[in-house]
Structure formats: structure tokens, C-alpha cells
Ligand binder design. Structure first.
Ligand code: SF4
Length: 407
């Protein structure tokens, strides 16, 4: 299999009854060790033959097993490990296919092979350095603009500088390495999209996946031990600048019709999970499972909620002083204004509402930015921003130490 999100992969998933049926089948038939083998090769120079030459069917089953496990912790070190090691596998297969047949098809990125007549001779001479006699024929392959893609599709994925790319008549012309970088971006987006979808149904997934997640987590902790604590799965002080637009709107204070939803429902759930348990592996988690006293709530969460309430017009807690009990209720302590840790669990600790609920109940709060495209819940927005920031720091560090994104 060249691309687990490409045409052929989609056909196999359909044939196996769709994604939910596929996940159930995996839980019955796929040995966890076989799925985990896929993430143990990140630091190996060569990918083992049995992985590279796996049948399409086995490839889909073992890859989707890992996606099911990631549903328990999107945007953590586990996702980083799965993304990097599997991109390495598919990249290698794509390169091998190009070597054998000179082109590649069926990828999620609509790349077309470039004919020599498509680029003016003068441009080609400069870009492909064809008159540079000091460059060997093998190295010159690196500069060949082998693929092109419609500019609109290209711009949706490319994050590098446009100066690096030859653009002509509505197409971007790419070297093999640039084409692979573009494919990798698409792979990453599709991986994220799938994990976000599975995150929604994680409570319904067979126990197999939570167990696989635990094993995956052990491997990820070992591989990224120097980066632990910086990654989003860990509780850490709130980073307001990375909050989603709807939460920033709620923090500014809102008019009377929106106050209860913005402050009590959205802000209370978002701030508490984001600060205390950003990546809960199950929905029925309680605050007392994550904290040993209430000081974090009293010092870092409640003051932010109360200040946002005071910024509402009219101020929420002046107008409705009993609403503070409702805040504790939504935190899972029952209807009280003097809770103890032991009260945690007396009511449900409300999880942040999904984006579609926010749009239905308080459309004024939803002002999506580019990060909203990938997510379905404000908490995953925040986890994603933390993940991307930490990943960028990690890549810089590895880059300066001589490592690399695919290394
Ligand atoms: S899309 Fe979701 S996260 Fe983004 S602003 Fe709207 S509700 Fe918030």
C-alpha cells in the first residue's frame, strides 16, 4: 500500500464494511505486536522488509489499529510517533515505486508527471542545473522537476516558501523531494482528520484500543523522553494565546443572552480540562482522578471564569450569584459553593461541547481561524496548537543536533 488514505485504501476500507466495522475486525484479528512494529523503526536506517512488503490488506489493518489507539490521546507524543514512523514507511514505498516505474499514482495528492515540453528550455536549464558539469548525473536527478500539481491543490498543503517552487500557468512544478514533502503534509492532515473522527467515538471502541494505546504510549515515552512534559498530553499552565477563537470570545465577556452558555458551559469545561486533564482517555474521568487538592481550580481556573463573567453585560455573577454553584456543578462537584475534593463525582464533569453544538447554541462565539479546519472540539484545537508548537521546537532541536523530521 502506497498511501493509507488513497483510492485503493478507501476501497479496501469500504469492502471491509467501513471504518467502524474495520476497527472491530482489527480488534479480533490483529496482534498488537504487529501494529506496534510499525512504530519501532523510527531510528533504524533501513525499514524491515516484512513491513515494506506487507500485503495491502495487512498494511491497512495494522495502520488503522494505530489510528484506533490514537483516538485515546490525539495530539500527544503517541501521535508524533505514529505520524513520523508511518510517514517513513510510506515515503520509502513511494520512492521505491518511483524508482521502479518512474511515476506514482493513487496518492491523496494529485501529482502528475511533467513532460519535458511543459517547461521552457531556458527555465529548465537554470532550474535543473543541466549545464553544471560539476554535478553528477545522480545528483542532478534531485533538481529535476518531475511532477506538477494544480496551484490551488498545492497551496492548500504547502507550508514552505513559494520562492522554493517553480510556478507556471496555474501549476506548481516539483522535484521528487518537494513532491514527497507535499504528500507527507497530506498524510499528516488525513491522519489528524481520522483521529479527530475516532476521538468522537472512542468510548464505543473495543477495549483492544485502550490497551494498544497504553503500549504505544510506553514506546512513545521512551522514544521522546527528552521531550516529555512539553507535549500536550501532560497537564501544564494554561496558554491563553493558543486558545480557540470561541473561548477567546467567551473570555472577553458576552451579552446577557449568551452568558450562561459562554461562561458556565463552554469556558468552565474548556478551562478545567485544558488545565487539569487535557487528554482524558475516557469520558467519565473525575477531577479527583487528576488532582490531589483544589488549589489549581481555586487559583488558576475560577478567577479566570469569574473575571470573564464580570466582563459580561450585565456582569453574570452580580446578576445571578447562584451561578457560581452551577460552575461547581459543571466541574462535577454537585450543586455547591463550598466543595471538597471528595465531592468530585457528585455530578458529571462536563466535557467541552463540540464545535457543531457551539455553532447551534451560540453561533456568535464561533469565529473559526485556520486551525479550526482540522478539529471538531475546542479542546482538540488547543491540544493541536500545543502539539504543533512542541513539534516545531522538537524539530529545531533535532535539526541542530543533526537529526531530522524523517530521521
Ligand atoms: S470551529 Fe470550533 S474551535 Fe473554532 S471557533 Fe468555532 S467552535 Fe471554536
Amino acid at each position: 500500500m502506497l498511501d493509507p488514505f488513497g483510492r485503493e485504501a478507501k476501497r479496501i476500507v469500504r469492502e471491509l464494511g467501513g471504518i467502524e466495522a474495520l476497527l472491530k475486525r482489527i480488534a479480533r484479528y490483529v496482534e498488537m505486536e504487529n501494529a506496534l512494529k510499525r512504530v519501532m523503526l523510527l531510528d533504524q536506517e533501513n525499514i524491515p522488509e516484512d513491513i515494506l512488503e506487507m500485503s495491502d490488506h495487512d498494511d491497512i489493518l495494522t495502520f488503522y489499529a494505530l489510528l484506533g489507539a490514537l483516538a485515546f490521546s490525539p495530539y500527544g507524543i503517541e501521535m508524533e510517533l505514529v505520524r513520523r514512523s508511518n510517514a517513513k514507511i510510506y515515503r520509502e514505498r513511494i520512492k521505491e515505486m518511483i524508482k521502479k516505474s518512474g511515476s506514482v499514482s493513487g496518492l491523496t495528492v494529485p501529482l502528475e508527471p511533467t513532460k519535458s515540453t511543459e517547461i521552457p528550455e531556458r527555465d529548465r536549464t537554470i532550474l535543473e542545473k543541466s549545464l553544471h558539469g560539476e554535478i553528477s548525473a545522480k545528483d542532478r536527478e534531485k533538481y529535476r522537476l518531475k511532477y506538477h500539481i494544480k496551484l490551488s491543490s498545492f497551496l492548500r498543503l504547502w507550508e514552505g516558501s513559494l520562492k522554493e517552487v517553480y510556478i507556471r500557468k496555474g501549476y506548481a512544478y516539483l522535484t521528487e523531494e518537494q513532491a514527497l514533502r507535499l504528500w507527507e503534509k497530506a498524510f499528516e492532515r488525513n491522519l489528524e482528520r481520522s483521529v479527530n473522527l475516532l476521538y468522537e467515538i472512542r468510548d464505543e471502541l473495543p477495549e483492544y484500543y485502550s490497551k494498544l494505546y497504553e503500549k504505544l504510549s510506553e514506546l512513545a515515552r521512551e522514544r521522546f523522553k527528552e521531550r516529555l512534559g512539553r507535549f500536550s498530553g501532560e497537564a501544564q499552565p494554561l496558554r491563553f494565546e493558543l486558545f480557540p477563537p470561541c473561548v477567546k470570545e467567551a473570555l472577553k465577556g458576552v451579552p446577557s443572552g449568551l452568558r450562561n452558555y459562554a461562561i458556565t458551559v463552554l469556558l468552565t469545561s474548556f478551562l478545567s480540562y485544558a488545565r487539569i486533564c487535557p487528554n482524558p482517555s475516557r469520558r467519565d474521568v473525575r477531577i479527583k482522578d487528576c488532582l490531589s487538592d483544589l488549589s489549581v481550580i481555586e487559583r488558576e481556573i475560577l478567577p479566570v471564569i469569574i473575571e470573564a463573567g464580570n466582563r459580561c453585560k450585565p456582569p453574570l455573577f452580580e446578576d445571578q450569584p447562584h451561578e457560581i454553584k452551577n460552575i461547581w456543578y459543571h466541574l462535577g462537584f454537585g450543586l455547591t459553593d463550598k466543595p471538597t475534593l471528595e465531592d468530585s463525582g457528585n455530578s458529571t464533569w462536563y466535557f467541552p461541547p463540540n464545535c457543531d453544538k457551539i455553532r447551534a447554541n451560540a453561533p456568535q462565539l464561533c469565529k473559526p481561524d485556520r486551525h479550526c479546519r482540522a478539529i471538531k472540539n475546542p479542546l482538540t484545537y488547543y491540544l493541536r496548537r500545543l502539539y504543533l508548537e512542541n513539534r516545531a521546537k522538537g524539530s529545531q532541536k533535532e535539526g541542530s543536533e543533526g537529526g531530522g523530521e524523517n530521521g
